[in-house]
Design a protein around this ligand. Structure first.
Ligand code: PEP
Ligand code: MN
Length: 637
């Protein structure tokens, strides 16, 4: 049962409720959510619910209708985000790619493959050391020796590792080698194994059994959780059906089904599902499109010589292409690919120590109110746990960074429908000490947001930023022709406003994060006319902090501004320098110079083909530009 606690409950009352339930034979788990704190009480015992309801501090008691309790969404509404190793998180708005060979075959083999998959974008390494093979004569894995190599490869390439456990007797030994246990399909219902692994409290990747129903799979997760871990990641890896064209049948629809039933993250394994390498990439994309939080795939540099599962192992170059495709798809489903190190949060103490006055606990500044798309960009870049500092204007974000109130700020620079955000690029020239060090793309999805319980027929006014109203004009004309559109200073702000008004006749147009933040209801999802609506954001910081912002790739973009003389051909000279050094221009804007009527400066964002070419171009640009200012180099997808 779920015991919802009063918001002002005292520690003493909590203690009392816990001891009461334990004395009746229940296991009690505290779950702190954004909206409420609850106790989940599970066990074989039964107690008269009214007795619990009467305890001081209890708001209400709700039964859990599903056979799985700790794993159920009824108990915990928020998505669980599983942390593996120091840096990797699975679930929430991120997509993780776990890759490696089916089996660790030798030290050299796992080292080579680890290097390749890391380079291509994997954040975790897989490799079996105990292989549950159909035939007793097939390669059974290197055992502990294999785990040693796997761990060494993970450490060398800074990736947490996962490997399959097949016997409860191995738990103690394996604990020191793996960051996440893998329970294989054949062992999904090996309950003694589940209990032994659950007891460690460590993260577990739980594959779906070959012929397991979704309920059976979730009951297996329940075994792990009731034994002591809350860090479970589910993995759909294909089930046995009458179809033999593929090794198994990938049950893509299990992904959204499972997400409704449980708060645990779910990923997919297209390698074991299809059994053929040609099908792995398309099915990875299908899984991600279906809402999976990531994929685990087999990669081998010589698959034809692999000791197991060669035919389904990707060549490293196929894997690299697949990761790029996943990265392109990610914003469409409102997620971003997990990259490690993701941001300054991953900065090593060593680097931070060399950078003067850097306090990484400071919040990240953004423009808007809580729930804004800019705040979503912050959490994609810096992690869900990052603290944020809302600012009224773009200027305030720059000021907060410049004055040292915060180290980083995140500001929009362009939108696929609205074009360049001039406010941001103008401020770059006004704050010469501020540099662009990173970027993030977010898909802008507009939803119709209302006070809980309101219906379309209640709505008389719709609030949003003018862009939000314009981008949803077709929906408004069709479904709310009589409602009055009201312009507001920003989209999330309009949700804050209708929440304050608590009036069913007022609706807002904004994104899901704003609806969640202000506890409002989404009446219609994705109401924008053009779904190809993306905004790119810049990460900015002071020059002296720029090197503390780690990116997993070397910079491939730069932004700079300049003026040219008022004669024919002066801009052409600048463009010729860019052409000579193969610096492909991605953006060229002309902006008025304040205080100098009819004079303009130019702002360019361009690709950097290599460090050498960039340095040469920089030197030559100085000869042909006036007021040349470089606003940073960074990595862009
Ligand atoms: C594996 O991941 O190598 C494996 C054996 O997977 P499954 O348990 O899904 O068959
Ligand atoms: Mn395999």
């Amino acid at each position: 049962m779920i015991i919802v606690l009063n918001s002002n409950i005292t520690e003493e009352q909590k203690h009392h409720i816990r001891s009461f339930l334990s004395s009746k034979g229940y296991q009690v788990h505290e779950i702190v959510g954004t909206e409420e704190t609850v106790f989940g009480a599970v066990g074989r015992a039964t107690v008269d619910v009214r007795e619990v309801e009467m305890l001081p501090g209890v708001a209400k008691v709700v039964p859990i209708t599903k056979p799985y309790k700790l794993a159920s969404r009824e108990l915990k509404k928020e998505d669980t985000i599983v942390q593996v190793g120091k840096h990797v998180t699975i679930g929430g708005g991120r997509i993780v790619v776990i890759a490696g060979p089916c089996a660790v075959e030798s030290r050299e083999q796992i080292m080579r493959i680890a290097g390749e998959v890391r380079e291509a974008g994997a954040v975790m390494l897989r490799g079996g050391a105990f292989k549950p093979r159909t035939s007793p004569y097939a390669f059974q894995g290197l055992g502990e020796e294999g785990l040693k190599y796997l761990k060494e490869a993970g450490e060398r390439y800074d990736m947490p590792v996962t490997s399959e456990i097949v016997s409860p007797d191995s738990v103690e030994m394996m604990k020191d080698y793996v960051d996440m246990f893998q329970i294989g399909a054949r062992n999904m219902q090996n309950f003694e194994l589940l209990k032994a692994v659950g007891k460690t409290g460590m993260p577990v990747l739980l594959k779906r059994g070959l012929s397991a129903t979704i309920d059976e799979w979730l009951m297996a997760a329940e075994y792990l959780m009731s034994s002591g871990t809350d860090q479970v990641v589910l993995c759909e890896r294909g089930i046995r059906t009458f179809e033999r064209a593929t090794r198994n049948t990938l049950d893509c629809s299990a992904i959204p089904v499972v997400q409704k039933l449980t708060h645990l993250p779910v990923i997919g394994d297209p390698s074991h599902a299809t059994g053929m390498r040609d099908m792995v990439s398309p099915m990875s994309l299908a899984l991600i499109a279906g809402g999976a939080s990531g994929v685990i795939v087999e990669v081998h540099d010589h698959p034809e010589q692999a000791l197991s599962d060669g035919p389904q192992s990707l060549y490293p170059e196929q894997f690299e292409k697949m990761v790029r495709d996943i990265e392109a798809l990610a914003p469409v489903v409102g997620k971003s690919l997990e990259r490690v190190p993701r941001s300054h949060l991953a900065v090593s103490a060593e680097i931070a120590g060399q950078v003067p006055d850097i306090n990484l606990d400071l919040p990240i500044a953004f423009q808007g109110v809580h729930g804004a798309f800019s705040e979503l960009a912050v959490s994609r870049l810096f992690g869900e746990a990052a603290k944020t500092y809302p600012c009224k204007e773009f200027f305030d974000v720059f000021k907060a960074v410049d004055s040292g109130k915060v180290i980083y700020g995140v500001v929009p620079v362009e939108n696929t429908l609205g074009g360049t955000v001039n406010g941001t690029i103008d401020l770059l020239t006004r704050f010469p000490n501020i540099q662009v060090v990173g970027e993030q793309q977010i898909r802008i999805n507009h939803d119709l947001i209302v006070v809980p319980g309101a219906q379309l027929s209640d709505i008389k006014e719709v609030y949003s930023h003018p862009q939000g109203l314009a981008q949803c004009a077709d929906f408004l004309a069709k479904y709310l022709p009589d409602a009055r559109p009201v312009s507001f200073f920003d989209t999330a702000g309009s949700v804050e406003y209708i929440a304050q008004q608590d009036d069913k006749s007022k609706a807002a147009i904004a994104g899901k994060p704003a609806a969640e933040f202000y506890h409002m209801e989404i009446l219609r999802e994705g109401i924008e006319t053009n779904p190809k609506n993306y905004t790119r954001f810049y990460v900015i910081c002071r020059q002296e902090h720029a090197r503390a912002f780690l990116s997993s790739h070397s910079p491939n973009r730069t932004v700079f501004s300049f003026t040219v003389g008022d004669q024919p051909g002066t801009l052409l000279k600048v463009l010729k320098v860019l052409e000579a050094h193969r610096m492909n221009m991605k953006k060229l804007e002309s902006r008025p110079i304040p205080g100098k009527p009819w004079e303009y400066s130019f702002v360019v964002e361009s690709e950097i083909p290599g460090a050498e070419a960039f340095l040469q171009a920089r030197g030559e640009l100085r000869d042909v530009c006036g007021n040349l200012q470089f606003h940073g180099t960074f990595f862009a997808e």
